[in-house]
Design a protein around this ligand. Structure first.
Ligand SMILES: Cc1cn([C@H]2C[C@H](O)[C@@H](COP(=O)(O)OP(=O)(O)O[C@H]3O[C@H](C)C(=O)[C@H](O)[C@H]3O)O2)c(=O)[nH]c1=O
Length: 184
């Protein structure tokens, strides 16, 4: 059984509609199935790590990426609603330096496929939000970098003006600074 897949505003970033089985108890869905996703995403045994984060309203996590070990991410909002942002950092891409934001909610069972080569982050719009995502490479903290959420050149139109940020995310670098530092 295949699933409806939709292109988004950035090449390669895709939304996948999940099949939900509702009954009087609630609902069930398959959040991953290796053979199906191998066909959907054209990737052979792609995922090596599962992540899960829980955040309060207006928490903003990001924008993160790994330079030498870029991670593809298959993301689902298990609880709540987020505004999810991806930035194309693939230097050969025609959409390099472009960003897009998508409202994702557990009420619309979808997954977002983010290929390797993007910075990723989200801000929480509900009281709380739980986000789970599969990664195509391992976490390499020494290789991780933070693109500033409020880079004036990107001018990302976040729906939250004063987000709650980690110390690391308050010190994110602009795209220009990351390029000058050879991180892209
Ligand atoms: C990402 C990661 C973190 N950690 C540890 C390191 C810290 O002690 C703690 C919190 O890490 P961090 O503040 O980087 O967590 P997030 O801000 O949610 O980071 C994520 O934010 C955006 C949304 C992403 O897309 C990335 O996957 C990821 O960078 O978990 C691990 O042990 N393994 C990991 O893979």
């Amino acid at each position: 059984m295949t699933l409806p897949v939709h292109n988004t505003g950035l090449p390669g970033v895709q939304l996948i509609d999940l099949r939900v089985f509702h009954d009087e108890r609630g609902y069930f869905l398959e959040s991953f199935q290796a053979q199906r996703y191998e066909v959907l995403l054209g990737l052979k045994s792609p995922f090596v790590q599962d992540n899960y984060s829980h955040s309060k309203r207006h928490v903003l996590r990001g924008l993160h990426f790994q330079s030498r070990h870029p991670q593809g991410k298959l993301l689902r909002v298990a609880q709540g609603e987020i505004y999810d942002v991806t930035v194309d950092l693939r230097t050969a891409s025609p959409s390099f330096g472009q960003w897009q934001g998508l409202a994702l909610s557990h009420a619309r069972p979808q997954q977002l496929w983010i290929p390797p080569g993007f910075a990723h982050g989200f801000v929480v719009l509900s009281d709380e939000a739980s986000v789970e995502y599969k990664c195509t490479d391992y976490y390499h903290p020494e290789d991780e970098a933070c693109l500033s959420w409020n880079d004036p050149d990107l001018a990302i139109d976040w729906p939250v003006n004063s987000p709650v940020l980690s110390a690391k995310d308050r010190q994110g670098l602009t795209l220009k600074a990351l390029q000058e530092a050879g991180r892209l």
